[in-house]
Design a protein around this ligand. Structure first.
Ligand SMILES: NC(=O)c1ccc[n+]([C@@H]2O[C@H](COP(=O)([O-])OP(=O)(O)OC[C@H]3O[C@@H](n4cnc5c(N)ncnc54)[C@H](OP(=O)(O)O)[C@@H]3O)[C@@H](O)[C@H]2O)c1
Length: 316
């Protein structure tokens, strides 16, 4: 089984490279790079990064691998850079060597024209700088409005927060994506480890407190137990079960792995298909609260200059 992102053909499980930035996660970036290498060796051929991860460091590190390996690479331009898309794309291109999928990381501030970055991204396709374009952290009406902006090149994907503890996208994203032919790319597909009952001291996890809160509720614990039960019955890792749940939902998960050992779970997930009963067991364990929450970052409401200042003071 493979996934289509417009003209791109990628493995059903990808890999996220935020950890390679090394700022918000407690990691040894060389170890993370070995983890990405291992995942690629095992058949994962879609890698996702962003200009803001480690202020370009994730792209730079990944660029080493992109130049050597046959992978499809996706990156993102921050919503605060809505007026500087070409400049940002050229900087990312210099670090990565190639951009297959270029995504708008989050919507521009409400005072800025929504269509401007999307039209600029279309021009990048025309200029041959990127192959496909996508959206990230768009949902509901905002997603529909953004899709209506595209005139020459349709976005092929929408990347959103989605995992067994955070399923709001099933209401606000999947129906629109289905109609528009977009692939849903799941970020934090393992709920930053919380869907496996794991939690660590990383700043990335503190920034996103909602996952821990959900994992420690009674219904959150039931979801983790359901994942563990299936993992035991199938003799696979709990991470593989969660990633196979994404496959069953038609989404493309991009887990962030910290070590080659964790990368093995991605290969297990490529081979694992959950049956309907197993998907229902995970979904049924959750309460209706799994469908609550927002999908568009509130930081988007700040002026772009303030967003830039915050990112320079608290780099991620
Ligand atoms: N578009 C956006 O706004 C956005 C936002 C966030 C993330 N993303 C993308 O999504 C990617 C993934 O999200 P994420 O890193 O936030 O969360 P995640 O993939 O849900 O969780 C990552 C964490 O889970 C643990 N883990 C990974 N593999 C494991 C395994 N096999 N067994 C047990 N634990 C495992 C690791 O932490 P420990 O080992 O410390 O437990 C790892 O740091 C990012 O790298 C980034 O590319 C995009």
């Amino acid at each position: 089984m493979r996934r289509r992102l417009g003209s791109l053909d990628v493995s059903v499980v990808g890999i996220g490279a935020w950890q390679l930035g090394g700022r918000a996660w407690n990691v040894d970036v060389r170890e993370v790079l070995s983890a990405v290498e291992r995942a690629v060796e095992l058949g994962v051929d879609f890698v996702d990064t962003a200009e803001i991860y480690g202020a370009g460091r994730s792209e730079l590190m990944l660029g080493e691998l992109v130049r050597r390996r046959d992978v499809t690479v996706a990156t993102k331009v921050g919503g605060h850079n809505y007026g500087r898309v070409e400049k940002a794309a050229r900087a990312s291109l210099a670090r990565l060597g190639r951009i297959d999928l270029y995504q708008l990381h989050w919507p521009p501030p409400p005072y800025a024209p929504l269509c401007r970055p999307i039209r600029d991204m279309e021009r990048l396709v025309d200029a041959g700088l990127v192959r496909e374009i996508g959206l990230s952290n768009f949902a509901g009406r905002l997603l529909e409005e953004a899709l209506a902006c595209a005139k020459r090149h349709e976005p092929v994907s929408v990347q959103v927060h989605y995992n067994p503890l955070y399923r709001r996208a099933e209401l606000e994203v999947f129906p629109i994506a289905g109609r528009a032919g977009l692939t849903v790319v799941s970020w934090s597909p393992l709920a930053k480890g919380a869907a496996l009952g794991r939690w660590g001291p990383d700043r990335a996890r503190r920034i996103d407190g909602s996952v821990r809160k959900r994992a420690t509720t009674e219904w959150g614990r039931r979801v983790v137990e359901a994942v563990m039960r299936i993992a035991e019955a199938r003799s696979v890792s709990p991470a593989a079960v969660v990633l196979a749940w994404h496959k069953a939902k038609g989404a493309l998960p991009i887990p962030g792995v910290k070590s080659p050992a964790q990368a093995e779970a991605l290969a297990e997930a490529l081979r694992l298909d959950l049956d309907e009963g197993e998907v229902k067991a995970i979904d049924g364990a959750a309460g209706p609260q799994a469908l609550e929450g927002g999908l568009v970052p509130r930081a988007r409401l700040l002026p772009a200059t303030l967003q830039r200042l915050l990112l320079s003071l608290y780099p991620i």
